[in-house]
Design a protein around this ligand. Structure first.
Ligand SMILES: [Zn+2]
Length: 510
């Protein structure tokens, strides 16, 4: 066994799971989900394959074509952090790249909170929701529960007809159950025959963008929603007052997404919906892709919840598209996201608000230093978490120390010009290299120097990279306009060969 992640039984010599197709029956009276799932691996495999589980009953593992049982074993006692090691055995002919597992969760599954009606806003219906970060997805279905594995999935959620479901996935359909659909005929404990009972409905989802397992998410309850933007709905329990307050609080979400796109590139997850959970949700927010989960405490009536939304939105680029390999590198997710969040807040709410947030964060970081003064390992950015439960050492350090590190780099690079006057260098090798970086970083205070340089030199070695930096890519209309204007004014001073080169750059990019 060659471990990949201190918090997972995943073996780095085994192929990773690329797709899971889930059929899940939600049994609210027993706070249990009964499931059957088809797992697809990145390549055929023979012999043992390791998966993570916690608080799950594993009923059967089957070959998908013949439905013949495949042998498996479970570790006799749970590891206090990693849970139970499920080792299944694939045939030795190396022909199988998929297998079926039937399983049930337990009421103590750590990713799930089952709320009885009195614990909800509407007091009428039960509610269940997930929180899989950092290592809790394994308590809903067996998986290689490490961020190093990225999976696509489809899911049929069979729920009581009076409830509805949302997921961090594309909603395909809500409809009556169909007999034998998905892998429902394999469901354990007689729930296969209850699949089509007249009190039930199926919510069908598909997630065709690969995600680490900790971003798997759903909620089931009596849900309602309000449209607040072209790609944003705010969901909550169907309670008029909660929905109205949430819609008002998050009315500025589309503007925030647009500012995020200007800073970091296209938003790639299509929808940016928000779910306001009942009060027991343990975090401020969770960046589940397409469907951010939020605590109701961010609804204060003064749009200050925008900071939490900015943070979860920033994860759409840092964390969700590019993810830490395991939790020891958690600062790569959260430090970059806190930096990106404050860039968005600066654009939407102004510099003063961003500076205030930096100050509040700095105070929080100092409090964490006091908390960990006898365990300095967890004041580091990259930590050693062998034998450590990530929930026990969760803190603001990866967020705020990571932010401070990146902010320092940013200030040192701007200070570089103040000290060495690179943008005014008489050495065009240095000057053009610096101005190229300034354009790509959209440092507009150097655009005057870019214009001067393009008007005073005709050497193609310098014209080519500067014009290319200005016109390549999208989201840089201002730079394109600048390039066209400067070229129109400087054209006559360029040699015809240089004129041709600039025109061909324009032809390629404009
Ligand atoms: Zn975060």
């Amino acid at each position: 066994m060659v471990p990949l992640d201190p918090h997972s039984f995943t073996d780095s010599t085994h192929p990773l799971t690329t797709h899971i197709s889930l059929s899940l029956y939600f049994d609210f009276p027993s706070s249990t989900i009964h499931g059957a799932a088809l797992f697809t691996l990145s390549s055929p495999h023979s012999g043992p394959l390791s998966l993570d589980t916690r608080s799950l009953s594993i009923h059967q593992i089957l070959s998908p074509s013949t439905l013949s049982p495949l042998p498996f074993s479970l570790s006799p006692s749970p590891d206090p952090i990693k849970g139970i090691h499920l080792s299944l055995s694939l045939p030795n002919d190396n022909t199988l790249s998929s297998f079926l597992i039937t399983f049930s969760t337990s009421p103590s599954s750590s990713a799930l909170q089952w709320l009885s009606p009195p614990q909800t806003f509407n007091k009428k219906h039960p509610f269940v929701y997930t929180q899989c970060q950092s290592i809790h997805a394994r308590s809903i279905f067996p998986c290689q529960d490490t961020p190093a594995a990225r999976i696509r999935y489809s899911a049929l959620l069979n729920v009581p007809r009076e409830l509805s479901a949302i997921m961090s996935a594309r909603h395909v359909d809500r409809r009556l159950p169909v007999s034998g659909e998905g892998y429902s005929n394999l469901l354990p404990n007689g729930f296969n025959s209850l699949w089509c009972s007249e009190t039930r409905v199926v919510e069908d989802f598909d997630m065709n963008q690969p995600i680490p397992p900790y971003l798997f998410a759903f909620a089931v309850g009596e849900l309602g929603f309000r449209e607040v933007g072209p790609r944003t709905r705010v969901y909550s329990e169907a309670v008029e007052g909660v929905l109205e307050a949430a819609a008002k609080e998050f009315a500025g979400t589309e503007e925030m997404i647009r500012q995020g796109e200007k800073l970091f590139g296209d938003y790639e997850w299509e929808r940016f919906d928000l779910l306001v959970l009942p009060p027991s949700f343990p975090f401020g927010g969770m960046e589940n892709p397409r469907m951010v989960f939020l605590t109701p405490t961010v609804i204060k009536g003064d749009a200050s919840g925008a900071q939490v939304v900015a943070h979860e939105l920033a994860h759409s680029w840092t964390g969700n598209l590019i993810t830490n390999k395991n939790n020891e590198h958690f600062w790569l997710n959260e430090g970059f996201t806190t930096y990106a969040e404050r860039r968005i807040v600066e654009a939407v709410q102004g510099e003063d608000r961003a500076v205030l947030n930096i100050g509040i964060g700095w105070r929080g970081l100092n409090e964490e230093m006091e908390r960990f003064k006898d365990n300095l390992e967890f004041t580091k950015l990259k930590t050693n978490q062998e034998g450590v439960d990530p929930d026990d050492v969760y803190s603001e350090v990866p967020y705020e120390k990571g932010f401070q590190f990146l902010w320092r780099i940013e200030r040192q690079v701007l200070a570089l010009d103040a000290r060495y006057r690179l943008s005014e260098s008489k050495d065009y090798e240095v000057k053009v290299a610096f101005l190229q970086l300034a354009i790509l970083s959209k440092c507009k205070n150097f655009y005057g120097e870019v214009e001067n340089t393009l008007k005073e030199v005709g050497r193609m070695k310098y014209l080519r990279p500067l014009y290319t930096a200005l016109v390549q890519g999208t989201e840089n209309e201002e730079e394109k306009i600048l390039a066209k204007r400067v070229f129109a004014e400087a054209r006559e001073c360029y040699h015809p060969i240089a004129q041709g080169v600039v025109e061909s750059i324009f032809a390629k990019h404009l």
